[in-house]
Ligand binder design. Structure first.
Ligand code: ZN
Length: 275
């Protein structure tokens, strides 16, 4: 059995503010050890339960955060950017997927809530429903017939996951107080909770799950008009309002790739702050 661990950082143990997840900062250097600890705990739980292979796919920012030298030697890690499916690279070859260090979506309550862009994208909606990275990635996994078996993050992420990954085990490593504050459990404690949850999570593999069918309408609501204007240069993308664009895709696989491309286009259209 092959397991993919998609490891983001905002939902890792101890992480509560932007400096914690900004590569190169002193805080990031400290918190990346907690992300490594969470990830390692998931890897070990899956291997304890009999998984044959575990691939960790780095899913945050530059995708160079986890300390390889501290990872269980039985795992392998995909590090670095420019992967066709980004956070979900490797899902098509997996039998199950775990979302470690995940967070709630843009415009929603939750620690460091956002959807792909840390700012600029107010909300992503898929077929009218607000969509976090977890929901989006879970739809892609479901289309590929791969169950989401484990989700870790803050308590609100775990609550939300009940909707898009109903058979997944969840571990709340912190309790949200505000977007930049949380009551955090120490990594020694979260590691044992995650390891235990991962070990029990493989029970969900092989259970029948429905395959979601398109078409999928993606709506991206930005916080400034030029971000939407820039996106309409992409074929099939239309303006739905001064700050909102939309496109439709039959398959989630294509929708995900178009959405990721639009976040790049919009990010390039951001201007420095002025007043
Ligand atoms: Zn991230």
């Amino acid at each position: 059995m092959r397991i993919l661990v998609s490891a983001d950082m905002e939902g890792a143990s101890g992480v509560t503010c932007p400096q914690d997840v900004r590569p190169g900062s002193e805080q990031w250097d400290r918190l990346r050890r907690m992300l490594t600890s969470d990830t390692n705990a998931a890897v070990q739980g899956f291997l304890d339960a009999g998984a044959d292979e575990v691939l960790v796919n780095e899913a945050h920012c530059t995708m160079r955060n986890i300390l390889l030298e501290e990872l269980d030697p039985r795992a392998a890690m995909l590090t670095g950017r420019h992967k066709p499916l980004g956070m979900m690279e490797g899902v098509l070859e997996a039998d199950a997927v775990a979302f470690v260090g995940y967070h709630t979506g843009g415009g929603e309550p939750g620690v460091l809530s956002h959807t792909y862009m840390p700012s600029g994208l107010l909300q992503l909606r898929i077929n009218g429903e607000p969509a976090s990275e977890g929901r989006l990635n879970a739809l892609l996994a479901a289309e590929a017939g791969v169950p989401v078996v484990l989700v870790t993050g803050d308590d609100l992420t775990c609550k939300e996951a009940a909707d898009w990954a109903p058979h997944a085990r969840t571990v709340a490593v912190k309790t949200c107080v505000s977007r930049y504050a949380a009551v955090c459990l120490p990594p020694a404690r979260t590691a044992s909770l995650i390891r235990e949850a991962a070990a029990g999570a493989l029970e969900a593999v092989g259970r029948p799950q429905s395959v979601p069918r398109g078409p999928w309408r993606f709506e991206l609501e930005f916080d400034a008009t030029q971000l939407a204007d820039a996106c309409t240069a992409v074929p099939t993308v239309s303006a739905e309002g001064p700050r909102t664009v939309a496109f439709t895709s039959e398959r989630m696989y294509d929708g995900m790739r178009c959405f990721r491309a639009l976040t790049q286009v919009a990010a390039a259209a951001r201007e420095p702050d002025y007043d």
